[in-house]
Design a protein around this ligand. Structure first.
Ligand code: DQA
Length: 147
């Protein structure tokens, strides 16, 4: 089983950006965390980070027929991007949405997620642990579907 893990804009600035919200660990730390979690659940992961909406759309399209599921933290595009929503729908792969912070408790504009409309689950407010939960959720969902 292979999952594509997509992280959107400014997540490459983890450790520097708003540490009171996102913590002190870096994007490299997040990559290591995701790789460790994937190993734990026996799945392969491909990691992708981009600050560009079109690049994220391209990567989702490329994932069609290539991976079994997608984990995505679309960052600020969560709240604006119909293009990313449509790309997820087009690829038709099971997807889980992750946010480090609890977007339901932040500014009103962060409480709207277009991307969630194409996801089987949204995990928010659990920090790096949200990615672990996403891998577990996606693996169980696919195993159930195939079994
Ligand atoms: C975020 C929440 C978004 O509102 C914000 O724009 C981000 C990160 C999170 O992981 O908590 O960049 O997706």
């Amino acid at each position: 089983m292979t999952f594509l893990v997509i992280n959107g804009p400014n997540l490459n600035m983890l450790g520097i950006r708003e540490p009171e919200i996102y913590g002190n660990r870096t994007y490299a730390d997040l990559e290591a965390h995701i790789r460790d979690a994937a190993r734990l659940f026996g799945v392969a992961v491909e990691l992708f980070q981009s600050n560009h909406e079109g690049a994220i759309v391209d990567r989702i399209q490329q994932a069609y027929g290539e991976v079994d599921g997608i984990i995505i933290n679309p960052a600020a595009y969560t709240h604006t991007s119909i293009a990313i929503l449509d790309a997820l729908k087009a690829a038709g792969l099971p997807a889980v949405e992750v946010h480090l912070s609890d977007i339901s408790q932040r500014e009103p504009f962060r409480q709207v997620s277009y991307v969630s409309l194409a996801c089987i689950k949204t995990i928010a407010g659990k920090g790096f642990g949200g990615y672990t939960e996403a891998i577990k959720t996606l693996a169980a969902f696919i195993a159930r579907k195939e079994g």
